[in-house]
Design a protein around this ligand. Structure first.
Ligand code: 9D3
Length: 251
């Protein structure tokens, strides 16, 4: 996959590309990332990329030129079937279904906004879709663009090893993950749940599924409402809820 990011802060992107999943995807030539800055295409002496909003008000707006030229140059270097995305607080919220959809396309053109936003004609003319990473304010589209790239990169074939199938399963079923423990067995009088030390893999599997359901029910009831639970899941969740009444506020 090829990803091209258009941003006024290219170093914010390039500085993150050497690490973790993104670093490995790039080193393994599964992902190719390019970054460009509209300021490099500004033709005036001050390399102007923004201007005051028509109608007045605070802040500045990213002007059509030179960002349009920057987007068009980037698009020309991306494969056919690539998607252009504007990261903005007004976008549709990103979720795992969207990430999976994006992981299937050959290329992504990501426009990271700054200031109050970009001239709307840029969105109408050059952008396929607008995405947000959630209902809170960050100061620009760069971190959101990195979030999209990281989430997509880990779904590209060959980026994660065997962990992937397991990991994917945990979000594919729409549930939060179960708790995890490692050595030592006791920390400040708190021990590891017995079942995890039992060696009984069927019991362990059941416990993990029950914890995943229980935590999702407690922390993200909105996710539970979207699911159709299997008979086993119903039973596990009922058990969890029943136990919860005797041990409240233990999340
Ligand atoms: C008057 C309100 N404006 C500033 C407080 C609106 C505003 C402008 C620019 C709000 C955020 C931004 C910059 N944010 C993004 O570019 C952004 C974003 C976000 O803030 N939240 C969630 N997802 C995203 S994707 C891009």
């Amino acid at each position: 996959m090829r990803i091209h990011i258009v941003t006024l802060f290219p170093e914010l992107i390039s500085g993150a590309l050497g690490y973790g999943v993104l670093g490995r995807a790039i080193a393994g030539e599964i992902l190719e990332v390019a970054v460009s800055n509209p300021r490099d295409l500004a033709e005036d002496r001050h390399a102007t990329v923004d201007d005051r909003p028509y109608g007045g008000g605070p802040g500045m707006v990213l002007k059509v030129e030179p960002t349009r030229t920057c987007l068009r140059q980037a698009r020309a270097a991306l494969p056919d079937g690539s998607r252009s995305i504007y990261l903005s607080a007004q976008g549709a919220p990103l979720d795992h279904a969207k990430v999976r959809e994006l992981a299937k396309v050959p290329g992504l053109l990501l426009l990271a906004g700054r200031y109050e936003g970009v001239d709307e004609r840029l969105v109408e003319g050059e952008i396929d879709e607008e995405l947000s990473i959630g209902d809170y304010v960050v100061s620009g589209g760069e971190f959101p663009a990195l979030v999209v790239m990281d989430a997509v990169a880990r779904l590209l074939p060959g980026v994660l090893g065997d962990e992937l199938s397991a990991e994917q399963d945990s979000f594919v079923d729409g549930l939060l993950d179960c708790p995890h423990y490692t050595r030592p067995e006791t920390v400040d009088e708190e021990s590891v749940p017995d079942v995890l030390l039992s060696g009984n893999h069927e019991d362990i599997r059941r416990w993990r599924r029950k914890q995943a359901l229980g935590r999702t029910w407690m922390r993200r009831p909105d996710l539970i409402e979207k699911l159709i639970l299997s008979d086993e899941q119903q039973e596990l969740l009922s058990e969890f809820v029943a136990e919860q009444k005797t041990r409240p506020a233990n999340g």
